[in-house]
Write a protein of this length. Sequence first.
Length: 255
Amino acid sequence: MRQARAPGGALGGARRPAATLPRMSMLPSVLAVLLAYLIGSLSFAVIVSRGMGLQDPRHYGSGNPGATNVLRSGNRAAAVLTLAFDALKGYVPVLLVRVYGAHWGLGETAAAFVGLGAFVGHLWPLFFGFKGGKGVATAAGVLLALHPLLGAATLLTWLIVAFFFRYSSLASIVAAVFAPFYQLLIWGTSPSLLAVAAMSVLLLWRHQPNMRKLLAGTESRIGAKAAGAKAAAPPAAAHEAKARRHHKNPRKGHS
């Protein structure tokens, strides 16, 4: 005797799993990428500079809100803090997905695109008018969390080029070119290769002005201080200096 078919088409009245299940499994991935983008949108070059009373790094040197340009202010502590926080905002979101993501169905591919989300946030930060940096430190943090060996190899490439040539931009360009090849050489064509390659392409694209300066011989070397960089004077000190100038040079008509 033939079994009756349910309206859904399955035998014995049991329905097949709804087609919405794959979409539901994508929700944690989408939310994780969006959250990583928001974290990446924190421009620590600007935040640290403001907190330490320095000029906005977007207004001197290359105009790039990154650690290298903050170093041109002459304040090494601010540059180190900027470098550390920019790297951490790429490292931490990826690490959290690698450690806790399995419960939500998030694997290596999701972790790679979470890293890409943080990187894109640094390039086009929501909280700073979509005008961000070039993403070198953030990309390094992403790679170190995604595959420590990949991150170490890419970072070592940067250090070697920077040590011999003293150009941060050249070191970043070379490291960006080699990163996808390291990924391909060690792990093959894994799904995370797409995210790594996308970061490299975007990083190279953001370095186009630096490429032109390198070719013209006008690119600034690591540690060179920008002419327009200066510390922002605290309001009280500025008021006191103004009062002293007024006392020394009284207006005409007052004796």
